[in-house]
Design a protein around this ligand. Structure first.
Ligand SMILES: Cc1cc2nc3c(=O)[nH]c(=O)nc-3n(C[C@H](O)[C@H](O)[C@H](O)COP(=O)(O)OP(=O)(O)OC[C@H]3O[C@@H](n4cnc5c(N)ncnc54)[C@H](O)[C@@H]3O)c2cc1C
Length: 507
């Protein structure tokens, strides 16, 4: 039977885009009892969500831009995510070192730290403190010592896998009755009396098309926003500016997260400990192509290495294992890319349509709540959001610390149960990794995992290994072939596609 048969009937909300924001909207709306359908043209969380720095933060840079509304919103959401997804989101200590800083810069840093604490007055994380040069050298020996005077220290948070955060929002939406389909693309709008009343969608797996009828359509397609808006009949000017940001996964050169100013152009960038790497990023350059085609160029890599090696000399020799590129969707404005606000905008200027422009990963839940509040007003549906209190799937109880729990939280017990039933499923996918075959079977049966690449990069953390999970690709493909009844040709094609992607991300 066609997967699209699930789209029968009339939905309250049809959401285009299964990135973190679309997934968050689906979760919030489904939990409020709305009839929800979501279509994602690729895999959930594979767009900009997978290209982020992976910080759950207010953002010192946005404080410097005096974007207090954004910083306050995100600091509140940081606290919410630490509470509802403790297995995925955890506190991270940051250091902002200063080198030969004049009195004005010192005053600015002090005021910034004080304000950051003030805007997160209801936080559970410790407040800021200052280190002298010796304390900085003791805790960060790889940092250039010459001219170092001290550092401001503060806390933010980090999510190892925003991809899994997205999946968990999808899972919760589905548990509350939402229909969500990955690899299904919104093709064009359907209108009645000038009002959008649905969308034609195409199954990119099977090729068939279906009409998805809905009382409201939500465009949550991130950097594809203007392309999707055009498909929905918008003929006006572009409303989203798209800029590319690149990260490098390098051999670790530091211990804590460090915020630095590039000597090349004065932009702030990060060197962050992440899964054993120093995660260096990011760039910020206008990007006009298909966001799915964004890649790190030689210039991007050189910019980041030159910027970071200025402070961490060892980075010049450090191995770069792989690169990552994402495309931001910013509310359209002229000026340098870095100077544009990251605050989202929700627009409902056409009957039947709600559009989400911009927005950060950190604030996704609050953005989703705002969208669903608006939808509820339109649909005359009265029910408040509970997503700030309800834990995400896997987020119940206190977080365990083994490998499976770091991926699935409390749902790890279901993976272990599979492995207990069949010893073959308890076997490792490759001797080098802790991941086991039961995870593949679990992802196919429970998490809409349709391709080998979905498993490698978005259901597990294998794609973030130094070899990007290359050693596990064949075994994952074998298990998926068995679960999904793939032909030999399909199995081979899946392996090839995955290996091609691995090559593309090498520096
Ligand atoms: C370099 C970089 C660093 C960042 N760092 C951080 C950070 O540290 N912290 C933070 O809070 N934020 C950060 N962000 C911002 C954050 O990543 C984004 O705000 C967030 O991921 C946006 O999610 P989204 O759902 O709007 O977009 P996406 O994740 O791009 O989702 C949109 C989805 O729509 C789908 N789609 C498009 N067209 C169609 C169609 N026709 N039919 C069906 N589906 C369609 C796409 O396939 C895509 O999956 C960063 C962004 C970048 C680029």
């Amino acid at each position: 039977m066609s997967r699209l048969a699930a789209l029968d009937g009339v939905f309250d909300l049809a959401i285009i885009g299964g990135g973190i924001i679309g997934a968050g909207i689906a979760r919030d709306a489904a939990r409020r009892g709305l009839r929800v359908a979501l279509v994602e043209k690729s895999d959930y969380g594979s767009g900009t969500t997978a290209g982020s720095t992976r910080l759950i933060h207010g953002g010192l840079r946005y404080l410097a831009m005096l974007d207090f509304r954004l910083v306050r919103l995100d600091l509140r959401e940081r606290e919410t995510l630490l509470r509802i997804a403790p297995h995925l989101v955890r506190p991270l200590q940051f250091m902002l070192p200063f080198y030969q800083a004049g009195p004005w810069r010192r005053l600015k840093i002090r005021a910034g730290m004080w304000l950051y604490d003030l805007l997160s007055f209801d936080k559970s994380l410790p407040g800021h403190c200052f280190f002298n040069a010796r304390q900085v050298r003791d805790s960060e020996p790889g940092l250039r010592a010459e001219g170092l005077e001290g550092a401001a220290c503060y806390y933010d948070a980090q999510v190892d896998s925003p991809e899994r955060l997205t999946i968990e929002n999808i899972l919760d939406a589905r548990a509350h009755g939402a229909v969500t389909l990955n690899y299904v693309e919104a093709v064009r709008a359907v209108k009645e009396h000038g009002e959008i009343c649905g969308i034609w969608v195409r199954d990119l797996e099977g090729g068939d098309e279906a009409l998805l009828r809905a009382r409201l359509v939500v465009n949550a397609s991130g950097p594809w926003f203007d392309r999707v808006a055009a498909r929905l009949g918008w003929a006006g000017p572009r409303r989203v500016r798209t800029t590319k940001g690149v990260h490098l996964a390098c051999d670790a050169v530091g211990r804590s997260a460090v915020v630095l100013t590039s000597p090349l152009d004065g932009r702030l960038f990060f060197v962050i400990p992440w899964l054993g790497y120093s995660w260096v990023g990011t760039t910020d350059t206008d990007f006009e192509g298909d966001p799915a085609a964004a890649r790190a160029t030689r210039e991007d890599v050189a910019y980041l290495v030159d910027s970071a090696a200025h402070y961490f000399p060892a980075l010049r020799q450090a191995r770069i294992h792989w690169t990552n590129a994402g495309v931001r969707a910013l509310v359209m404005k002229r000026g340098s890319a870095s100077s544009i606000s990251r605050l989202h905008r929700i627009v409902s200027d056409r009957p039947g349509l709600i559009s989400v422009l911009g927005g950060k990963l950190t604030g996704y839940r609050a953005i989703a709540e705002e969208v669903v509040n608006l939808a509820c007003r339109r649909l005359r549906h009265r029910r408040a959001s509970d997503t700030a209190e309800a834990p995400l799937p896997g987020g119940e109880g206190s977080p365990a610390h083994d490998h499976l729990a770091s991926i699935y939280g409390s749902r790890a017990s279901a993976v272990r149960a599979l492995a207990a039933l069949n010893p073959e499923l308890a076997a490792r996918l490759a001797p080098e990794y802790p991941d086991i075959a039961a995870q593949v079977v679990f992802s196919v049966r429970q998490e809409q995992c349709l391709h080998v690449a979905d498993f490698i990069w978005r259901r597990s953390l294998l794609g973030f290994q130094p070899d990007q999970g290359a050693r596990a690709v064949e075994t994952v493909a074998a298990w998926m072939a068995q679960e999904l009844g793939w032909s030999e040709a399909r199995r081979r094609a899946e392996i090839e596609a995955c290996n091609h992607r691995i090559q593309e991300l090498r520096p």
